[in-house]
Design a protein around this ligand. Sequence first.
Ligand code: FAD
Length: 479
Amino acid sequence: MTDFGRSLVWFRRDLRASDHSALSAALEHSTRGVVGLFVVDAAFWQQHHEASIKVDFWLRNLAALKARLEALGIPLKVIDTAHAPTLPEAVVALARRLECDTLHFHREYEVNEVARDRAVRAFCLEAGLKVCAYHDRVILPPGALRTGSGTPYGVFTPYRRAWEKVVAHNLERVLPEPAAQTPLHIESDTLPDAVAGFTSHVPLGEAATRYPAGEEAAHAKLKRFMRTAAPAYVEGRNVPSREGTSGLSPYLAAGILSPRQCLEAACKASNGHPFATEGISTWVSELIWREFYTHLLCDYPRLSRGRPFKLATDAIDWRDSEVDFRAWCDGKTGFPIVDAAMRALKGTGFMHNRLRMIVAMFLTKDLLIDWRRGEHFFMTHLVDGDLSANNGGWQWSASTGTDAQPYFRVFNPTTQGETYDPDGSFIRKWLPELAHLDNKTLHDPHARGAKLSATVYPRPIVNHAEARLRAIATFKAIK
Ligand SMILES: Cc1cc2nc3c(=O)[nH]c(=O)nc-3n(C[C@H](O)[C@H](O)[C@H](O)COP(=O)(O)OP(=O)(O)OC[C@H]3O[C@@H](n4cnc5c(N)ncnc54)[C@H](O)[C@@H]3O)c2cc1C
């Protein structure tokens, strides 16, 4: 790599200093030091339906990053696009003012982000700046895995096998910790502690306790998971009332933690080989799903544009029922596991994976409402909202995606509740109006004779058996 003079490192959804490809390269090769940059772009965030709780999480992590960078002698500057002519002009103006000759960043793969980066890059090059872009969001860069005929993998299992083969033979190591640079005598900017237009539905104090900010907090969570829940992950991961999963998705989505660091922790916890023990290797599989959906997003840009992976499913005649959609959003469908999950999402900004599948399938099959409405609602409420994983999860549940659930396999929300919340503790927590019911009645209160008025808890808004047949017939009709 050629040497740079002074470098500007643009932090985006990679709000960490450790194992950060762009920062490490810039620190190693810049003869006149490194300056950090963060861009507050409320209009862009609004256009992408970013949840307020997630924006709050970014800002809290940005403050932690600023402290870490300053300890390394790296000042952090902020561009607020609300006060800038255009982003490319603002980046170039800042670089000139700080005497930076090179801009570094990690690539993003969504279509609008790609267009933004192209525009910034072109403007920088025209102004005589160098631009270095790195792949760092996933362990294997997009395009790294191809089938024998050179096409992207469209099915997860062969993708996972190929991924494991490459990674097992060439385990990507985390980068050495960055060393402090000689201070530059450039002041950091004051960070915003809120951004207009993003008012969290979860009380901020509670969000800060639930999702503490900073790399240290993320690593403590990772360590605790490896010590306690990872060995029993296979059984524990499907029970929402247990802490059976890592809870790391907000940290991975915002890049507080890198996937390499997760893989390294998995290796350490299983004798140096991430696929050696069942619990850890199943958890690593989830990281591979994350990689799979990110790769798909690059290979199929239409996924960023709200189009289905299976184009034929564009012809599905989705129901347009605002009343049913609102009942789903508000946790008032009359199906306790669905309602408890939706109220948990609104109350915490998070939903357990099993519950995401249940509520997504309920919306798209039982209610036959367009998956894009659910995808949008999730994005505006999730602290870990991420286009590739969210889109992948929704299209899997709606049977419109790659390697999706077959359309004729429709979850029964009542039996899902009985299977994954057998003692009803999750439902009782979020639906206190049902807390007094016994375990059997709790999962289908009105049909099982609970003395309960429909004003206290609603009757089911659909008949599941009939709704299932309607969904199957609708999907069959487009075949
Ligand atoms: C409808 C739907 C929407 C979803 N939306 C998102 C989203 O916006 N953001 C998001 O990060 N995940 C999403 N997921 C995937 C999954 O539900 C969450 O990643 C998981 O619940 C996070 O909890 P955890 O960190 O404890 O996961 P763990 O079980 O500990 O898994 C470890 C990590 O692997 C990744 N991961 C796990 N499962 C998946 C998966 N199915 N697809 C992709 N990555 C996965 C996450 O980064 C997660 O933190 C969605 C799933 C569905 C079905």
